[in-house]
Design a protein around this ligand. Structure first.
Ligand SMILES: [Zn+2]
Ligand SMILES: [Zn+2]
Length: 393
């Protein structure tokens, strides 16, 4: 299995790289993936697949029917880029100022196009179907949820799903996976601390929102360190602080935004109350008031153990022994989670890190790049996962 699938997938390498560079040069933000979706749809149609466009606004779906009826496995790629200015000096860097594929979704899209080609032209499943999901708006807007609402997991009904994310922290040639909870629920908070303005020299005549805010920020970390079971993970990060207009004026109010990450769904439910209690107590004690918004973002990915086993076995066969490992969950967020709440799924990381090629910058970094040698490995992995699933089920 290893040699044939890897060898055959490697033959598609030049084509996959060309697609990836084209997408990389023409990045499109969440729900604006019109050009990308058009290229994908054209490719899927050229393979003779049953193609639907405009699913979840800018999403594309291709269905490959096997020789005999059977179960349906979905493979998913996301297509959107980020509002980051590309600082690489490669011939294929972004041509659009302020937009960049800094999360590797160009690679995901190209890999899935390659898998569609592989499974329809090189090794067609004996039985069952493969649904290729090209999803918009992973970075901003929850495209997965919108596609599910548009029926992407129906007609034919999807029985299982797999997806990958390129990862610079894993060397090219390897993959990692997580059993159970794969990543954090990623929620958004906005806090306004409201004091009373005044002269900086006479603080007793005002309520200083800056010093109150300092106390609030410190006290919030007590939730993580003192109120939550140390074996349950939680991150509360305040990412922005805005307040004040001059050095000699007491700021009437300060606004903070941040993110709350949890792995345990029960703990997630408790977080709004825990956070508000701290804000309320601290502001009240200092004579200030507050406004508080807690907005739920993507839930956690819940990987299915059997699907993860299938990914690991496939990696042993396709990539060779010792190229896969089980790792701890990530506190990052990823909207693949929505699929895993509906059907059994597995999301794994495809290594693209190569120090010689300078592809070890983190995701979302303006110098981010992928080792393109990993692209055919991604094609081989996704194709083999689909074939293995359909033959075993
Ligand atoms: Zn990202
Ligand atoms: Zn991503």
């Amino acid at each position: 299995m290893k040699n044939t699938i890897m060898e055959q997938a490697s033959k598609l390498k030049e084509e996959i790289i060309a697609w990836r560079r084209d997408f990389h040069q023409n990045p499109e933000l969440s729900f604006e993936e019109h050009r990308t979706a058009e290229k994908v749809a054209l490719h899927l149609k050229s393979l003779g697949l049953d193609v639907q466009t405009g699913v979840g606004r800018t999403g594309v779906v291709g269905i490959l029917y096997g020789k005999e009826p059977g179960p349906t496995i979905a493979l998913r790629a996301d297509m959107d880029a980020l509002p980051i200015h590309d600082q690489k000096q490669t011939g294929y860097k972004s041509t659009i100022p302020g937009k960049m594929h800094a999360c590797g979704h160009d690679a995901h899209t190209s890999i899935l196009m390659g898998a569609a080609q592989f499974l329809s032209q090189v090794k067609r499943p004996e039985r069952g179907n493969v649904k290729f999901i090209f999803q918009p708006a992973e970075e901003n807007g929850g495209g997965a949820e919108v596609m599910i609402q548009d029926g992407v997991l129906q007609n034919p009904k999807v029985d299982a799903i797999a997806g990958l994310h390129v990862f610079p922290g894993v060397p090219t040639g390897s993959i990692t996976a997580v059993k159970g909870v794969g990543c954090a629920a990623a929620d958004f908070i906005r806090i306004k601390v409201i004091g009373r303005g005044g002269h900086a020299a006479h603080p007793h005549t005002a309520v200083d929102s800056v010093t109150v805010t300092a106390q609030v920020i410190t006290a919030l970390q007590h939730i993580a360190s003192r109120q939550v079971d140390p074996l349950d993970s939680v991150v509360i990060t305040i990412g922005t602080i805005q307040g004040g207009s001059a050095n000699n004026i007491i700021a009437p109010e300060v606004e903070l935004t941040g993110t709350v990450r949890t792995l345990n769904p029960a703990l997630r439910e408790q977080m709004p109350e825990k956070i508000e209690k701290v804000i309320k107590g601290v502001t009240e004690a200092m004579g200030a008031t507050y406004e508080f918004l807690y907005d739920k973002g993507y839930p956690s990915i819940i990987n299915d153990d059997q699907m993860v086993e299938l990914v690991l076995q496939t990696a042993d066969a396709v990539l060779g022994a010792g190229k896969q490992s089980l790792v701890k969950p990530s506190m990052g967020g990823e909207d693949f989670s929505y699929y895993t709440h509906v059907v059994p799924g597995a999301f794994f990381r495809l290594g693209v890190g190569n120090t010689e090629k300078n592809t070890t910058y983190p995701l979302h970094h303006p110098m981010f790049d992928v080792d393109e040698d990993a692209l055919p490995l991604g094609v081989a992995m996704l194709s083999a996962i689909a074939l293995n699933y359909l033959s075993q089920k």
